[in-house]
Design a protein around this ligand. Structure first.
Ligand code: ATP
Length: 299
């Protein structure tokens, strides 16, 4: 569906994208992860033909990016792009007209899109009267009204409460079920873990790692992670070293990577004599992989 090859972009002396390669398959949900300033929005703007790359190639369905490929894409930008005093259906009508939909198709699509984002009962409400979650769903509706094959969602759930997040996650899953390809950027690693078929980790405009979660898990030599709360951190680390557990800090939290899974009682036995406030085991998550990949890189 989308092939990005050796993409480069700089703003004067600031290199934003460096030999970016990224391939998104038809019908998948692809998560693009990266710290603030990694180049996600720049990449999206190039895909949407809103910005020109310095070099490299972007192909959508084997066509180079152009005004024609714009119609295949629907974008929901980070900042809601909505007219506050217009109603939900007036907003959708405005954007549907820009995409050249005729009156009859517009009417049908507006109803259908409002239904899919669960806003049909607010069709006549001005945007300024909607909650933050509703506005975000309407922002996504704008991206869907012309039935694009590729939908780009730039941080669709940032700042939303958990119920609103669930609604948007469900909407994204429905898009996938309808065969729509989704490119999602997010800083929420659990969101990417729940939704994405494949994930790309971007740093300084370069993909450091890409794959499904099981594929990414193979990048770090841990089968599970043990979280330990103790006032005797140094002793715990020294003891863990005897058993080949690798110490890691996640923020202030002390953790150990285990290369082979162990029963919890066996793990506790290894720390005998050290005062533990709590100990728990977790599977290797995207958070562990993301931190390792981005901290390890020389970029
Ligand atoms: P975030 O997660 O904060 O949205 P991002 O990964 O989307 O970040 P970009 O918005 O693509 O990052 O920005 C990448 C880099 O390019 C940043 O260092 C940013 O300051 C720089 N940049 C973006 N647009 C411009 C511009 N018009 N002129 C100069 N520098 C820019």
């Amino acid at each position: 569906m989308l092939q990005i090859t050796n993409l480069n972009k700089s703003y004067k002396s600031i290199i934003v994208l460096q030999d970016l390669n990224l391939h998104i398959h038809t019908g998948e949900i692809y998560g693009l992860l990266g710290a603030n300033g990694a180049g996600k929005t720049t990449t999206i703007n190039i895909i949407c033909n809103l910005l020109k790359a310095d070099s490299g190639n972007v192909k959508i369905n084997d066509q180079s990016v152009s005004e024609t490929t714009k119609k295949i894409i629907g974008i929901a930008p980070q900042e809601n792009l909505l007219y506050q005093t217009l109603s939900c259906e007036e907003n959708l009508n405005f954007f549907a007209k820009i995409y050249g939909l005729n009156r009859e198709t517009r009417q049908r699509q507006i109803q259908q899109t409002l239904t899919s984002v669960n806003l049909l009962d607010r069709a006549k409400s001005p945007v300024e009267t909607l909650s933050g979650g509703m506005r975000r769903r309407l922002n996504i509706a704008v991206a869907l009204v012309h039935q694009p094959q590729l939908v780009i969602l730039d941080e669709p759930t940032t700042g939303l409460d958990i119920e609103s997040r669930y609604e948007i996650w469900e909407l994204i899953r429905q898009l996938k079920n309808q065969g729509v390809t989704v490119l999602l950027t997010t800083h929420l690693l659990d969101e990417a873990e729940r939704l994405c078929d494949r994930i790309g980790i971007l740093k300084h405009g370069h993909i450091l790692a890409e794959g499904s979660l099981p594929e990414l898990r193979t990048l770090i030599p841990a089968s599970e992670v043990i979280l330990v709360q103790t006032s005797q951190k140094e002793q715990a680390i020294a003891r863990a070293a005897k058993y080949g557990f690798t110490p890691k800090y996640y923020g202030n939290e002390l953790a150990f990577w285990l290369s082979e899974p162990l029963e919890l009682k066996e793990i506790i036995a290894r720390f005998e004599g050290i005062e533990l406030d709590s100990i728990s085991r977790k599977p290797v998550s995207l958070e562990h992989i993301y931190l390792e990949v981005t901290q390890d890189s020389k970029l």
